[in-house]
Design a protein. Structure first.
Lengths: 199, 256
């Protein structure tokens, strides 16, 4: 009887650990039941194609948002925008990850509520949202912050839909001044300077 | 493993039985491919969960089976035992006699007189493409000193091989009528569930794309071993397209 207890305990411990892994999980997707939040460019066109990426940021408090990592592989999750009829919408397909490797807010308990924001950018301008935002030339945007309930990152529970997410637009891209533009602006001053020197 | 002592009054210290070779997540998922020619993301869940058994007449004699990454493939079946209540364990013995292709999902049962063991597992040795599954088994003998030795040969239990059934990344599995609506993959379910939105962009979560039927089991009495397993040899009736279904199969085998 004693030995039976020993081994069953070992197996159950593993299963309980598996089922009770904490933290609040979501599915990075902007269309579903009670959710329809397409994303636009500055001209109000729907974002389309894999050049545009979306990422979930989240935290336990509104001032603690960080990129939401996948639970098991602990990597940032970028979802590409769809094309055609799917323009404006993004969807994490879990490519290369197991189906339960949900983006998960680690600082919030299972099935807990988290503060969230979806951030999107043009990946031709930078690999991450922060990189594009830091460049100061636009081409990125973020949703209004919202408060949503997640699920659990166990293998039987889908990530929660991003209920509360609303549509948003990217900031316009302001082109960096080119060398020619600099020359055109500077030419009158150069000419004026030369004239003054001759006199 | 952690001993539970005095009917749960005390807990012993946690002991590592064996460090797995696989480092995959979650839970040592062996990430088995649909076949050797499948894309490397077309995998299903197969875990390294330990399957324990105790010797009913030899105090403190414990047995443990598990699947782990093999030398030549993604999964083999291993066996360890202890004669001191789990303080010390033998080195792992590979139980499947064919070391190519995948073997996983072990079950383990002991004869009530404490003299024999039965192990069985999923095995893809018969398919050169490492896709079609059989169930294989092997007998073990428990010596009076507790040493376990396995019979020379393992043996096939299934009479028909069957494919793994899961969504994975096979796009055919997203077509209406091709997939199991219980584990649907990223597809719109309106045709199957009337309350699901008609918008074709609204699809089911990818959570279940790697799910297959689980688990198998084995039990024994003095004359026989009984085993159940999930089997996909039959095609589902009444669907638009032929697709394999999950069934639970059962076999009774006489102890040698």
């Amino acid at each position: 009887m004693r030995t039976t207890s020993i081994l069953v305990s070992g197996a159950l411990n593993l299963l309980v650990t598996w089922a009770a892994v904490g933290q609040s999980s979501f599915w990075l997707n902007n269309i579903g039941p009670n959710l329809n939040a397409p994303v636009f460019d500055p001209q109000a066109n729907l974002l389309e194609g894999s050049s545009y990426l979306a990422e979930l940021w989240g935290g336990a408090t509104p001032d603690s948002l960080t990129p939401v990592l996948s639970f098991y592989s602990r990597q940032r999750v970028f979802a590409a925008f769809l094309t055609g009829a799917g323009a404006g919408y993004f969807r994490d397909t879990y490519a290369g990850r197991v189906g339960a490797d949900h983006p998960t807010v680690l600082t919030v308990p299972s099935f807990g509520w988290a503060w969230l924001e979806v951030r999107a950018w043009d990946s031709r301008l930078g690999a991450t949202y922060e990189a594009v935002a830091a460049s100061g030339i636009g081409g990125y945007g973020e949703s209004a912050m919202f408060y949503a309930q997640g699920t659990s990152p166990d293998l039987l529970t889908p990530g929660a839909t991003l209920i509360g997410l609303e549509s948003f637009s990217l900031r316009p891209v302001v082109p960096e001044p080119s060398t020619v533009a600099f020359l055109l602006v500077a030419l009158p001053f150069l000419l004026f300077h030369r004239c003054c020197k001759r006199e | 493993m952690r001993p539970v002592l005095n009917r749960g009054t005390n807990l012993g210290s946690v002991q590592i039985v064996r460090q797995l070779v696989t480092t995959n997540t979650p839970n040592g998922n062996l990430q088995l491919l649909r076949s050797n020619t499948a894309t490397n993301t077309d995998t299903f869940l197969a875990f390294s969960f330990p399957v324990p058994a105790v010797n009913p007449v030899k105090t403190n004699h414990l047995y443990l089976a598990y699947a782990d990454k093999g030398t030549n493939d993604k999964a083999d079946i291993f066996f360890v035992s202890s004669t001191d209540g789990g303080t010390n364990w033998t080195n792992p013995a590979r139980v499947n006699t064919v070391w190519t292709n995948d073997q996983w999902m072990p079950v383990l049962a002991g004869k009530p007189d404490g003299t024999k063991l039965f192990m069985a597992w999923y095995d893809r040795r018969s398919d050169t493409n490492n896709s079609l599954i059989d169930v294989y088994g092997r007998w073990g003998t428990i010596a009076s000193n507790g040493d376990v030795s396995f019979y020379t040969n393992d043996f096939r239990i299934t009479t028909t091989s069957f494919p793994p059934v899961f969504v994975g990344t096979d796009t055919n599995n997203l077509a209406r009528g091709h997939y199991d609506p219980v584990y649907p993959g990223q597809t719109n379910l309106h045709w199957h569930y009337a309350d699901w939105p008609t918008n074709s962009l609204m699809v089911a979560s990818p959570t279940y794309v790697g799910h297959v039927g689980e688990y198998n089991g084995a039990w024994a009495e003095g004359q026989h071993v009984y085993m159940t397993w999930t089997d996909y040899r039959l095609t589902a009736e009444g669907t638009d397209y032929p697709r394999n279904q999950s069934d639970i199969r059962f076999v009774r085998i006489t102890w040698p």
